[in-house]
Design a protein around this ligand. Sequence first.
Ligand SMILES: NC(=O)c1ccc[n+]([C@@H]2O[C@H](COP(=O)([O-])OP(=O)(O)OC[C@H]3O[C@@H](n4cnc5c(N)ncnc54)[C@H](O)[C@@H]3O)[C@@H](O)[C@H]2O)c1
Ligand SMILES: O=C/C=C/C=C(\O)C(=O)O
Length: 484
Amino acid sequence: MKRIQNFINGRFVDGTGELFENRFPATGEVHSLVSAAGEQDVDAAVSAAKKALKGPWARLSVQERITLLRRVADGINARFDEFLRAEIMDTGKPASIASHIDIPRGAANFNVFADQIASVATEAFEMATPDGAGALNYAIRMPRGVIGVVCPWNLPLLLMTWKVAPALACGNTVVVKPSEETPATATLLGEVMNDAGIPEGVYNVVHGFGGGSTGEFLSSHPDVDAITFTGETTTGEAIMAAAARGVRPVSLELGGKNPGIVFDDADIDITIEGLGRSCFANTGQVCLGTERLYVQRGIFDQVAEKLAARARTYAFGDPFDQSTTMGPLISEEHRRKVLAYYEKAKAGGAEILAGGGVPSIQGYEGGSWVEPTVWTGLPEDSPVVRDEIFGPCTHITPFDDEEEAIQLANNSPYGLATSIWTTNLSRGHRVAGRIDAGITWVNCWFLRDLRTPFGGSKRSGIGREGGVHSLEFYTELRNVCVKL
Ligand SMILES: NC(=O)c1ccc[n+]([C@@H]2O[C@H](COP(=O)([O-])OP(=O)(O)OC[C@H]3O[C@@H](n4cnc5c(N)ncnc54)[C@H](O)[C@@H]3O)[C@@H](O)[C@H]2O)c1
Ligand SMILES: O=C/C=C/C=C(\O)C(=O)O
């Protein structure tokens, strides 16, 4: 049985924690065992990262760091099939997704921030002084130090490197805690880091669970200088509390209950294509996905019917088969959560337009499969419409006018993402400016320019990642004032 180890100070080591099972979600079969890190292993990883801040890594120029980051990107691409297999075995997601999104973006993130750090500016101010000689102020950008990186299971390599790449570009060192569900690609990246010549201790990986385990050991460690987290809102609260001790900055990318708004002048084909992805892609396990949809009354029936038909087109099966378009959920535990909402919808009297249950897939009976589902008819205060489900499901509600649509969309404690579908672009711009969300797409979804600010409002997070915004988090600006 394959064993997945921790990666500390450039070496793969067993942790002092227990071995835990790693399952292939498509069948439920155990495919590897993972060595959990104990508190002393996390301490060893943080110490290695702290020591590396004073070693060769600290003496590299920005250009030398850029060269190493590009080598890491090349290293991932050179081992593309290994990363692809590892990600699919951990998540069960179809190769059609992982080969086009997860692995390419996992490599691209290193090039994006190599570009970004090459051109980032700071600032300088000349000032008058009473003696007339003046003074010059200039800012210098310093790495924060050891960054704790705590990651989720839905886009494991993509979301981990979305943090590690800018952190390293800025001269920090990192200790990564991948989700217990998806340990493999973060571990494989350790080999790539060594091969690329990243000094030992710069990139470390510790495996285990969250509260009372590895995640908490890391976020509470006094020598971690900043914490970047992506995951559930409640976990974000716990990590923010841990970071408060020692006054450490946090970047929190949290949960959402994202609305879509379809006006009656929308291009139906473009809209259904976009909503088909935003509602069901990655088996609905995307933080930016649409779980509540508001459709103007005049086209409500048409959109509901077409979206329900789209939900029925997904092909379940072998995640390694390129013709498979929908995989399982990440685990039996998560499937129980999603199916509980399927039952709540039924109990609440929802009209089920598509799905609502579990598909029968020959040869994959042990997998965590659910049907893509479309409901209507529930009240806005239903848990199905309020809570983040994180599955391939959406509830559709009709609205009459723009004001009502905005009010419905904003009526949520979350504020992560929205999509607006209309051919009236004045309305598209106008409504986008009134939605309380970090990211709003108009006539598109998940179109990503990696230089843009990415993050949530309200309970969907704190801070922004992407482009220069990542560099603002992973560095500290210091001002120097020189009397002339
Ligand atoms: N905003 C975004 O960009 C974004 C992106 C992806 C996923 N998410 C969110 O992530 C969630 C799904 O991911 P998940 O189930 O892995 O989230 P999760 O919060 O359960 O776990 C995320 C990570 O935090 C760790 N963790 C859990 N409790 C902890 C604690 N008390 N202290 C330290 N670490 C702890 C886990 O082990 C895991 O590595 C969804 O809510 C989704 O919306 C948000
Ligand atoms: O599930 C959440 C997806 C997040 C995606 C990104 O952070 C990104 O595209 O950079």
